[in-house]
Structure formats: structure tokens, C-alpha cells
Design a protein around this ligand. Structure first.
Ligand code: A3D
Length: 321
């Protein structure tokens, strides 16, 4: 059987890391696309020269010609600009909406059957705009944010309980931003929900509240530390987990930005983070979890934040109305 083809649009920090992981995992052949052809070609060649050392077979190509992504099975989009310290993700719309429009045209023409994972920020609005611009089926277009946000939550919880990250499961809903909703009662250590761990005196409500807050601001914490750019290792690992679920038809249930059609709090037509089953058909199911009143209130606040960014996009680009 032919190898899968993975097109990475954007060969910056996340794009380069994605290429590295995809090659090491032998997920498929990799095409790195960037407006800066030299960056794409240089990273592809550097990785191709590393492959004999790590002993994996994978063709790597750098390009700035969309024709080279023809027939890609998976497309992962990181093209655009990251945040600078002190910046909110929504401030990136001006630069990144035009980039997403170009990418959508390229993908629609050359890889319309691909499973597309968008990472470019502001995430929920950019993946929504990509789907609108490209007209690809919504079940084949998702955004990566929830896997990353819940990985941050898991890391902080494992650190709190001094236990293995493998035993911590965490759930995050809503838009990718400071209004995201880490779901405490659905987050567990070895199957035991956090509220029970508080009762067992393994931790306190105050400490969990602080962890939730740190999770919400996890992206900004890294932006502040790096001083120039945003997180890239954890975002790349997270997108690879989603791509693997699709390519290997794993039916993983992962928190992804998906286009809702009423499954959660009756929200329709918007891309927002929700637990979704990813398999060979793309998004195969969205879990229709019932929210308690306070969770619903937080979720709707997050939805309103996404709607506001979408309204700004529509103002800038009337074809999105
Ligand atoms: P960076 O290292 O700057 O890479 C972006 C790449 O996109 C650069 O190489 C650019 O040359 C390229 N590019 C710019 N315009 C175009 C275009 N029109 N066509 C093709 N390529 C283009 O950024 P990064 O890799 O660190 O981050 C990429 C994006 O991911 C940013 O928007 C970040 O804000 C976002 N991001 C999202 C998350 C989420 O969890 C959703 C996390 C971290 C970063």
C-alpha cells in the first residue's frame, strides 16, 4: 500500500516540528509548504539527512508551489503569524485571515479530499473561516486546540499529584482562549474524578482553581517565557495525535474544534472545542455531553468570545457572511 501523504502548510516552528515527528513516526511522506521556499526546502533537506540516522523511510519535500500537495491525505495548517508577548490571539485576525484564505484556495484546488487540521490562531475562527473559504466537508476539517489545552491541564495535575501523566485524563471544552472551559468533574486520576480527590484530601479546591487558571493561560505563559514566538513542541505533538487517529482509523475521542450541530448546549454552525471521535471518515461523532448550569454558563461565554472574533472576520471579509 502506498504511504500516506502529509502536507504541512507553514514550515515555521510548529511546521518543522510536525515534519520531524511525522518522519520519526513514519506516518507518511511529508511535503513542507511555506511562502519562504528556502525555509521549506532547507528544513525538508535537513530532516531527510537526519532520516538515515534515526532509521526511518520517508520522502520529504520543501516547496512553495501548492501543486506539490496534490492528493495529500492529511493537511496540517500552521501558516500565519504567532503571538508576541502581551498580545491576545484575537489580535492576529488582521494578518492570519488573509493567509487562511490563500491556504483554503490551495487546498481546495489540490487536496480537496484531505483531512485538514488547522492550528493557526485565533484557532476557532480560523478553522471556521478555512471551512467556509474551501467548502470542504465539515467532518474533514478540524482545529487543534483541545488536545493541547488538556495536555497542559494533565501536566499540571500530574505535577500536583506527583503521579504519572499516563494516569491523568483531563477534559477541556469551548474556544481556544482565556474563556476555555476545563471540565473539572470529567477530569480524573486513575478514573477518580477531581472532586473526589478533593474529598480524599489529595488536593484542595483552591489548588485545582489555580491549575485551571494556569491551564487557561498556558499559551500566554510560554509566549512570555520565549519572548519571541509561541509554543511549538506540545502543539505539534497534539496535531500528530489527531492525524494518527485519522490515518489509522483509531476512533480516538479527542477534544477538537469541530463544527457543532447542536450536540452541546444547542450550539450550531460554529467551530468550538468538543470531544470528537476521529477515525477514517474524519469527525465520526461528537459527544453530546450534558453540562451543569455553571459549566453551561462558562461554555456559552466561550462561545460568545468565538462569535465576536467571527463577526470581526466577517467585517473584514464580507464573503464569509
Ligand atoms: P512561525 O514559526 O512564525 O511559522 C509560521 C510560518 O507560516 C512561517 O514560516 C511563515 O513564513 C509561514 N507563512 C506565513 N504566511 C504564509 C502563507 N500565506 N502561506 C504559507 N506559509 C505562510 O509560527 P508557529 O509555527 O510558531 O505558529 C503557527 C501558528 O500556530 C500561529 O498562528 C500560532 O499562533 C498558532 N498556534 C496555535 C496553537 C493552538 O493551540 C491553536 C498553539 C501554538 C501556536
Amino acid at each position: 500500500m502506498a504511504r500516506a501523504k502529509i502536507a504541512l502548510i507553514g514550515a515555521g516552528m510548529i511546521g518543522g516540528t510536525l515534519a520531524h515527528i511525522a518522519a520519526r513516526e513514519e506516518l507518511g511522506d511529508v511535503v513542507l509548504f511555506d511562502i519562504f521556499e528556502g525555509t521549506a526546502k532547507g528544513k525538508a533537506l535537513d530532516l531527510a539527512e537526519a532520516a538515515p540516522v534515526f532509521g526511518k523511510d520517508c520522502n520529504l519535500k520543501g516547496t512553495s508551489d501548492y501543486a506539490d500537495i496534490a492528493g495529500a491525505d492529511v493537511v496540517i495548517i500552521t501558516a500565519g503569524f504567532p503571538r508576541k508577548p502581551g498580545m491576545d490571539r484575537s489580535e492576529l485576525i488582521g494578518k492570519n485571515l488573509g493567509v487562511i484564505k490563500q491556504v483554503a484556495e490551495g487546498v481546495k484546488e489540490h487536496a480537496p479530499k484531505a483531512f485538514v487540521i488547522c492550528i493557526t490562531n485565533p484557532l476557532d475562527a480560523m478553522v471556521w473561516a478555512f471551512q467556509k473559504f474551501s467548502g470542504l466537508q465539515p467532518r474533514k476539517v478540524v482545529g487543534m486546540a483541545g488536545v493541547l489545552d488538556s495536555a497542559r491541564f494533565r501536566h499540571f495535575l500530574a505535577d500536583e499529584f506527583k503521579c504519572s501523566v499516563e494516569d491523568v485524563h483531563a477534559s477541556v471544552l469551548g474556544g481556544h482562549g482565556d474563556t476555555m472551559v476545563p471540565l473539572v468533574r470529567y477530569s480524573t486520576v486513575a478514573g477518580v474524578p477531581l472532586p473526589d480527590l478533593i474529598k480524599m484530601k489529595w488536593t484542595t479546591q483552591e489548588r485545582i482553581d489555580a491549575i485551571v487558571d494556569r491551564t487557561r493561560n498556558g499559551g500566554g505563559e510560554i509566549v512570555g517565557l520565549l519572548g519571541n514566538g509561541s509554543a511549538f513542541y506540545a502543539p505539534a505533538e497534539s496535531a500528530i495525535e489527531m492525524a494518527t487517529a485519522y490515518l489509522r482509523d483509531k476512533k480516538r475521542i479527542l477534544p477538537c474544534a469541530v463544527r457543532l450541530s447542536g450536540q452541546i448546549a444547542g450550539v450550531r454552525g460554529l467551530y468550538v472545542g468538543a470531544p470528537a471521535m476521529i477515525g477514517a471518515r474524519g469527525v465520526e461523532k461528537v459527544m453530546n455531553i450534558r453540562l451543569k448550569a455553571d459549566e453551561r454558563e462558562m461554555f456559552m461565554k466561550s462561545v460568545a468570545a468565538v462569535e465576536k472574533i467571527i463577526a470581526d472576520c466577517q467585517e473584514m471579509e464580507p464573503s464569509l457572511k
